[in-house]
Design a protein around this ligand. Structure first.
Ligand SMILES: C[S@@+](CC[C@H](N)C(=O)[O-])C[C@H]1O[C@@H](n2cnc3c(N)ncnc32)[C@H](O)[C@@H]1O
Length: 335
């Protein structure tokens, strides 16, 4: 099994070849069984069949993860509820992360507007985990902090709060210029946050459903290794092309950070001591209420553009295009 290449194989065949407890972190974003028109397989199993198949690869993911490692699974809440049944027996539940999907609440009450990311530890007593922070949310017009922290503003962290289990600051890629021909492409900063929380430089992240290679790209940008597969040859080509264009440069100074557009999307809490020298921090402390920290070296390098600046392969026949299904939020409405 080669590091840093995306294999063209079925996930179960691929996983069976991997030795026990050899991977630092596993991340899975399987097909949602919502009749999506993928080109090589049928995304429409009956519930029992789908759940049985998922339980097989879930068991494999736990088997190959190191005792210090984490297992993350992304899906709609309906399927995650089945996954918990299996995972609670063999791993330690940590969190159900709710990732906001922007949707207009029209049509029905309790319209699903979040995806879930399950976070399990292989063994909580040995878990490797780092606290992470995201930038303060501010009013677009007046730049004032969106949240009222009452009398506690003096004690606010200048960069931003610790990340909670509700993620509203990272969004799906909607602009065609920035996404591939895939119905369910995840945004790179989402995977970068997961990777910064759970791994160190040089660790290995495994994804058995690579799609466009988001996990691989995020891992390489952050100086980690990856392993992965996809059953669809076209996606293997797309993801391999992505990875080839990536350098492990998502850094400020010596600290790995997640950069998105011209923003820092996520940092590790423990890196702020070093990172703060790269920013002008408003003084006195309460000034943070309406002034942002400013990167001293001008504009942050927009690494994201380099990822998409490659010639895209032409769509293959049958590929999902122009079917009105590319927008993954559709998945939420269909569940
Ligand atoms: C939800 S998508 C993953 C998207 C990916 N996270 C991204 O950001 O591009 C699911 C992927 O699983 C792949 N897939 C479906 N069945 C598979 C199987 N049995 N083995 C491996 N890959 C499979 C599909 O081809 C699809 O690309």
């Amino acid at each position: 099994m080669k590091l840093n290449t995306i294999e063209h194989a079925d996930c179960l065949d691929f996983l069976r070849e991997i030795p026990d407890e050899s991977v630092d972190v596993t991340f899975a974003d399987p097909p949602f069984n919502l009749k999506k028109r993928y080109s090589t397989y049928w995304d429409n199993l009956d519930v029992a069949q789908y759940v049985e198949w998922c339980h097989k690869w879930l068991r494999e993911l736990v088997r190959v993860t190191k005792p210090s490692g984490s297992i993350f699974i992304h899906n709609i809440p309906k399927w995650l509820s089945y996954y918990c049944q299996a995972l609670n027996e063999i791993a330690d539940f940590r969190h159900w992360i709710s990732w906001e999907a922007i949707g207009t609440p029209l049509g029905k009450t309790l319209l699903p507007t979040h995806y879930g990311i399950l976070f399990y530890a292989k063994d909580y007593s040995q878990l490797k985990f780092y606290d992470v922070r995201y930038p303060h949310h501010r009013c677009r017009k007046c730049n004032t902090l969106r949240k009222d922290y009452g009398g506690k503003k003096k004690r606010l962290h200048p960069f931003g709060p610790l990340v909670s289990d509700v993620w509203t600051d990272l969004h799906r890629i909607r602009h065609n210029k920035r996404r591939d021909r895939h119905p369910c492409q995840l945004p790179i900063p989402l995977l970068e946050r997961v990777i910064l929380m759970s791994t160190d430089e040089g660790d290995t992240v495994l994804d058995p459903f690579m799609g466009t290679g988001t996990t691989a790209v995020a891992a390489r940008r952050l100086g980690r290794d990856f392993m992965g597969t996809d059953i669809d040859e076209n996606y293997v080509k797309i993801s391999s092309d992505h990875v080839a264009a990536i350098e492990p440069t998502s850094k400020i100074g010596d600290s790995w950070v997640s950069l998105y557009l011209d923003q820092v999307a996520t940092i590790r809490d423990e890196d702020w001591a070093e990172l703060q020298h790269y920013f002008e921090v408003p003084q006195p402390a309460p000034a943070i209420d309406n002034k942002s920290i400013v990167y001293r070296e001008g504009k942050l390098k927009v690494i994201e553009e380099s990822i998409y600046a490659y010639e895209r392969p032409k769509p293959v026949q049958n590929e999902l295009l122009g079917m009105g299904l590319e927008d993954s939020d559709g998945a939420l409405k269909e569940q």
